[in-house]
Design a protein around this ligand. Sequence first.
Ligand code: FE
Length: 202
Amino acid sequence: MSAPEKATDHQAEIAARVKAIESIMIEKGLMTTEAVDRLAEIYENEVGPQLGAKVVARAWTDPEFKSRLLENASTACAELGISGLQGEDMVAVEDTDDVHHVIVCTLCSCYPWPVLGLPPNWYKMPPYRAAMVKAPRKVLREEFGYDVPESVEIRVWDSSSELRYWVLPQRPAGTEDFTVEQLEALVTRDSMIGVGAPKAAA
Ligand code: FE
């Protein structure tokens, strides 16, 4: 059996187990199908990196908000009405000219849901989780096409169920006259994970 087939089998097995647990919980009255559907809908359609982009654009344009964000990301996000599951203890780490940050969860797939939504598949996979801590510069270049200059230090943050990190990327050059909405449009999911840069000013 080839590796991709194995991965698919494994995913199907996990999906079957999740379905079974869900059926038992519904049967026992611990939750309802409506609640399950609603949760899926929230995290598939309503919560996503567009919320993180709002927070980043605000930090780029409001130094006092930025200080509060770096001090306590969860309470700063709550000011903008952004909070929820898996976001109780978030830490935002700021990229500078000298330091670039990347997030990972080496143990499983901890991720700041309220600002980024659900993690992409590759974030949950062993190759990313293992390789990023060992050779971040190489992984960024070879897997993500993202070249971080040798002069810039790369710091990798290992998230856990207690602390979930995410990146405040640098504001792109040439955006001095941009409105907050225009800035939001430049912030990508990958730039908040640290595997890419924000879009450049057109
Ligand atoms: Fe995890």
